[in-house]
Design a protein around this ligand. Sequence first.
Ligand SMILES: *Cc1c(COP(=O)(O)O)cnc(C)c1O
Length: 488
Amino acid sequence: MEESALRAMDAEQLREHGHKMVDFIADYYKTIQNFPVLSQVQPGYLEKLLPDSAPDYPDSLQNVLDDVTEKILPGVTHWQSPNYFAYYPANSSIAGFLGEMLSAGLNIVGFSWITSPAATELESIVLDWLAKAFQLPEDFYSSGKGGGVIQGTASEAVLVVLLAARDKILRRLGRSALPKLVMYASDQTHAALQKACQIAGLNPELCKFLKADSSTNYALSPEVLSEAISNDIAGGLVPFFLCATVGTTSSAAIDPLPALGKIAKTNNLWFHVDAAYAGSACICPEYRDYFDGIEESDSFNMNAHKWFLTNFDCSVLWVKDRNSLIQSLSTNPEYLKNKASQGNMVVDYKDWQIPLGRRFRSLKLWMVLRLYGLEGLRSHIRNHIELAAYFEELVSQDKRFKVISPLSFSLVCFRLLSPLNSEDHGNKLNRDLLDSVNSTGNIFITHTVLSGEYILRFAVGAPLTERRHVTMAWQIFQDKATALLESL
Ligand SMILES: *Cc1c(COP(=O)(O)O)cnc(C)c1O
C-alpha cells in the first residue's frame, strides 16, 4: 500500500481531502450553467467508460475526481441548475449542505433516544418550531399527544399514516374487516398513495381515486366524496381513510380542506393532508389560507427537501395521535432495551417509521432554519412565486399558447395550441415541443396529462433561478414553437 493511502477516518487526511471536495463542489456550482440541464447520455453509457471490476488497490482522490468530471457529470441531470424547471424542485443550500456534511461527519444511527439523545430531542424541537411557523394546531406539537417526525420521503410518510389508520380501525373491528376498508383520494393524488395502499394490503377495488376534472380545477369535490362514502356505507363497506393534497403533482391543485375535513370527521375517517411540494408556502402568511382546514386533519406532511432549502432527504410528518403510529410500528427486542425506553421517558423514533436505522436529519433542518431564518425562507418562496407569475404573464401574452390552470404556488401549466384544432395533433405538437426544448440542454421541463390533454409544466423553484433565466426559458419555448409551427 502507498504511504498516501486513505485511512478510514484520519483527522488530517479528512481535512485535506474535505477541503479538496468542497473546492470541487464550489467549482461545480460556479460552472453549473455550462452543462446541459438534462443529461444527454444514452442508456448504458457508463458501462463503456468504467472497468468491469473494483480496484484491488487504492487510487487517489484526484484520479477519482477526474473521473467524476469526465465520466459521471455527463450522466448527471443538474437539478440545481437555475434553468431546471422540471417535476418539482429539490433545493440545495449552503446551510442544508453544511448540515448534511455535519451529519455525515458524526454518522450516528439515532433509532432510540439513547443512541444519541441530541438527535431525537433536536428533531422534536425543530419540528415543534416548524409546526409553530406553519401555524399548525397545538395537537401536532410534541408537548401533547402528537408530534413531528422526519421521514426520508413523502412516500414513507403517507405509508406510515395509512398503516396507523388501518391498524387503528382493525383494532376496533377485528382483522377480518380488512377486505372491507375503503380509502378515498382524488385521481390527482401522488402515486405514492397507491403504492402505500398496495403495501398495506388494502383491497385494490376499494382504493377509490375519485375523478377530479377541470370543473373544480382538478380538486376533489366534497359532493363526489360524500356520495361515494354514502354508497359504500350502504354497501356494507367500511370507509376509513381520506387523503387530501395541497399542491398536486400534476397541476398544483388544492383540495378544499375545510369541506373535506368536515366529511372525514362526520364519517370517522383518518384525514391525511399531503402538501409535499406546496407545504413550504405555508410559512408565508399570505399563502396560509390554502392550508385552512388543516386543523381538522389527523396528519400532515411536507417535503423540506423540495422547496425549503433543505438538501435531500427530509420529509416532515406531523400526527395528532402519535400512539396510533407507535402501535403500528413499534417492536421491542431484547437487544435494544434500555432504561430510558423501558421507563417511557423518551421518544424512540424507530417506532414512528419503517426502518430501524435513521440519519441525523434534524441537524440539517435546524441549520436551514437558523442560517436563513423564517424571513429568509419566506423571501425564497415569494421570489419563486413571483417568477412563476412572470412566466405565466409571458405565456398569456402569446396567443399561440394557452395557460391551463390558474397559477397556484410556483407551477405554470400551459400548452401550445394546435392550428389544426385537433386533440391528437395538439398532443403530438406539445410532446414535440417538450422534446425539442429539452434537447437544447439549455432548460429542462416535464409534462403531465390533464383531461386527455398533454400539458407542459414549468415549475420554478431552483435556488439559483433569477428573472433572466425565466426570460431565456420563454425565449426558447417561443423559438421552438415557431420552428414547429413553420414545419407543419
Ligand atoms: C413529490 C411528491 C410526493 C412524493 O415525494 P417523495 O418524497 O419523493 O416520496 C408525494 N406527494 C406530493 C404531493 C408530491 O409533490
